[in-house]
Design a protein around this ligand. Structure first.
Ligand code: 5AD
Ligand code: SF4
Length: 491
């Protein structure tokens, strides 16, 4: 790690100590433990950032809670990829205004992608003046310093950076799950898809050093983690700008070697950069999950060009063919946008054609949202709402039908699941995730959370299964819990 980053991490440590004094004082005043609540909007990147922010709050002395109404400190980690993400934040801020009137000592902080937009900051300064602290995506490592400031100042603190080269390692982290974790491998994005605000709010691409990533994963594994999700806006261009360049596929090979790590996932892959080397590494790996999220966005060559995606429909389809040929059991999921400027219903038919041919296991479909500052926002032919709706509904139906058909193919199979959580509706059940990302609900003890089990996929419910635990020979085994715990690592 560069010298200046070590110094920065130490500096923030010192601020955490300062925060501890302030939080201890608050505890005295309240006569109870002060509580903090972090609410995450948006993607896996944000979820991981929230774990870092929660780690800092916990270290400062707060007890973490999911109940906003109980909290003495509320932090919204925001997203701005589509306008409805912004609107949700404004809606909830209205509620917080009332909460703060009842509880004047409540501190409200905002961070994340939405805060990188000047117009948002103006609006908050004008209409939500009760907010105590605002910071952006580039300086979350400064959170301890900002938190310490918060106890000393009365006025709103706004600290947004436009860009950063810095990657500060080794800040405290509070993981949401004890058995799995996201791991950032890179930050930012250089692709500039014409509809997308991410490059403007997350900055230029910066890769972490492989040795830092490997060390983090080794530590996580030592701490009980069995599955990691490697995170980046475009993992396929990982490592290109490092002092000693390395490919994403080569990084995966190194991660694979970490003993005790059982599953590797990654997100997100840009089709234009997906290499043959990566396909080979996935094919030959025992740990990389049989799932690839490969955003299509649109099926019409004309729209793909206007989106600045750098591939054609045929190139995308050829890539999927290659993937399926090399890794027949792979599940492919995607993101699709409907209503990009100039898109006609014929263009949407091209997208639907890709969906039919690829047979996605799942597809996230979005209505185009105009983001100020992006090239697409300045394009003239914004599509009328009723045309967008018509194309969207038609696409959604095909997406759902094909996903159901794909899911049904697993009927009756016995597959390995990682138990993720106790079922909310019925605590006698747990939810497990298969390598291909499919969820299965089955009866099991809550102590199985974080363990691998074999599950018979009995009934398909469209997008998930209900099943039963079996042993490695396919026999029912929910009566032999003790034994099952013993042989969970047989694979
Ligand atoms: N409008 C609608 N959807 C968008 N996405 C990104 N930007 C926009 C936008 N302006 C979608 C893309 C991306 C996913 C994370 O969000 O499909 O893959
Ligand atoms: Fe994630 Fe993009 Fe939303 Fe930021 S704007 S939280 S990077 S999806």
């Amino acid at each position: 790690m560069p010298e200046e980053n070590v110094i920065e991490a130490e500096r923030q440590e010192a601020y955490i100590e300062k925060c501890q004094t302030a939080v201890a004082q608050l505890k005295k005043e309240l006569g109870r433990e002060p509580k903090a609540c972090v609410v995450t909007f948006g993607c896996q990147m944000n979820a991981r950032d929230s774990e870092k922010l929660s780690g800092i709050l916990e270290k400062a002395g707060y007890v973490l809670t999911d109940a906003e109404e109980e909290a003495d400190f509320i932090l919204y980690n925001t997203c701005t990829v589509r306008d409805n993400a912004n609107q949700r934040v404004y809606g909830r801020l209205g509620v917080l205004n009332n909460l703060k009137k009842k509880k004047p000592h409540l501190k409200v902080a905002l961070c994340g992608c939405m805060m990188q937009e000047q117009a948002v900051i103006e609006k908050i300064k004008k209409s939500y003046r009760f907010v105590d602290l605002i910071f952006g995506t580039h300086n979350i490592f400064q959170f301890p310093a900002l938190l310490a400031d918060l106890y000393e100042k009365q006025e709103m603190i706004v600290e947004i950076w436009k860009e950063t080269e810095e990657i500060v390692e080794n800040l405290p982290v509070k993981r949401k799950y004890h058995y799995k974790s996201g791991v950032n491998i890179m930050f930012g994005c250089n692709n500039f898809c014409s509809y997308c605000i991410v490059p403007y709010v997350r900055g230029r691409e910066r890769s972490r050093e492989p040795k830092e990533i490997l060390r983090e994963i080794e530590n996580l594994v030592e701490d009980g983690v069995v599955e990691v999700m490697l995170l980046g806006q475009n993992v396929n261009s990982y490592g290109k700008n490092l002092e000693h360049p390395i490919t994403f596929a080569a990084l995966l090979k190194e991660v694979e070697k970490i003993e005790g790590l059982k599953r590797i996932r990654f997100m997100t892959s840009h089709p234009k950069d997906l290499s043959d080397e990566l396909i080979e590494v996935m094919r030959d790996s025992r740990k990389i999950c049989r799932h690839l999220h490969l955003p299509l966005q649109a099926g019409s060559d004309r729209i793909l060009r206007a989106m600045n995606r750098h591939y054609t429909k045929d190139q995308y389809l050829a890539l999927v063919d290659k993937l399926k040929r090399e890794i027949p059991d792979i599940a492919i999921t995607t993101d699709i946008i409907v209503g990009f400027p100039g898109e006609t219903l014929e263009d949407v038919e091209e997208t639907i054609d890709v969906v039919r041919r690829v047979q996605y296991d799942n597809a996230f479909t979005f209505i185009y949202s105009k983001r100020t500052g992006t090239p697409a926002a300045a394009m003239e032919e914004q599509v009328p709402e009723e045309i967008v709706r018509e194309g969207f509904d038609k696409l959604l139906k095909v997406v759902q039908d094909t996903a159901k058909e794909r899911a049904a193919l697993l009927q009756g199979k016995v597959m390995e699941a990682l138990v993720e959580e106790v079922n909310e509706q019925d605590p006698a059940f747990v939810t497990g995730r298969l390598s291909n990302n499919m969820l299965v609900h089955f009866k099991a003890d809550r102590r199985m959370v974080g363990k691998f089990v074999m599950v018979a996929l009995d009934t398909c419910h469209g997008f998930y299964y209900t099943g039963r635990m079996v042993d490695w020979m396919g026999q029912s085994k929910h009566t032999r819990l003790g034994k099952m715990v013993d042989d969970q690592w047989l694979n």
